[in-house]
Design a protein around this ligand. Structure first.
Ligand SMILES: [Zn+2]
Length: 203
């Protein structure tokens, strides 16, 4: 694509190559926190969900954007883009690390409480913050999939139906986010999740 062309600009805006130089902080392998963070509170329910995953939390900060594998993922609390849903993700969930799908409500940086202050050292869990995505899971079922494939007559693995109904927010370590998805709301149940073809092979 020629540089300076409209198509090039569109392509870059879609693939995030032409982003303005926003502030980003590396927080893991191919993972960056984008923008600023603010000291914040979460609901009691959310705090419980977070502490089930990371342990007792001392302080919480919120942020609204994350880069995973070169994809910028927003959250519902990010209000600067309203037209495009940019917060639906594929991630690993629960003890079995099942592949799941959901909407990111917000991102949280947690500083953990020191478990034994008398024995605190440079390697103590209280020294390194944890990064969490609060996600409302979208449900899919093999029955929904069978009905859908039957209606199409073929199996479409990169586009599949999910129920509009969401579960309450679950806490997911950002390392368990796999990829940004396309969420297609067709106005009546179910909605659809689409996977970007270039990410499709990802395990
Ligand atoms: Zn400590």
């Amino acid at each position: 694509m020629p540089y300076g062309s409209k198509f090039k600009a569109l392509h870059d805006s879609l693939t995030h190559l032409s982003r303005p130089s926003y502030k980003k902080t590396r927080i893991g392998e191919k993972c960056y926190l984008v923008g600023s963070i603010h000291k914040s509170n979460v609901s009691v329910k959310e705090q419980v969900a977070i502490e089930l995953v990371v342990g007792k939390v001392n302080s919480l900060y919120k942020f609204q954007r994350l880069i995973v594998d070169d994809h910028l993922i927003h959250c519902r609390e990010y209000k600067h883009v309203t037209k495009r849903n940019n917060y639906t993700v594929q991630y690993r969930s629960g003890h079995n690390k099942d592949i799941s799908y959901g909407h990111v409500n917000c991102y949280v940086r947690c500083h953990l409480a020191c478990p034994i202050p008398l024995l605190c050292s440079a390697n103590c869990v209280c020294k390194e913050p944890c990064y969490i995505a609060m996600i409302s899971k979208l449900h899919t079922s093999s029955q929904m999939l069978r009905d859908y494939n039957k209606s199409l007559g073929i199996s479409m693995e990169h586009l599949f139906p999910v129920s509009k109904q969401e579960s309450s927010s679950e806490a997911v370590m950002v390392q368990h986010l796999l990829q940004l998805c396309v969420y297609v709301d067709v106005g009546h149940a179910p909605s659809f999740i689409g996977l970007f073809p270039n990410c499709y092979e990802k395990d």
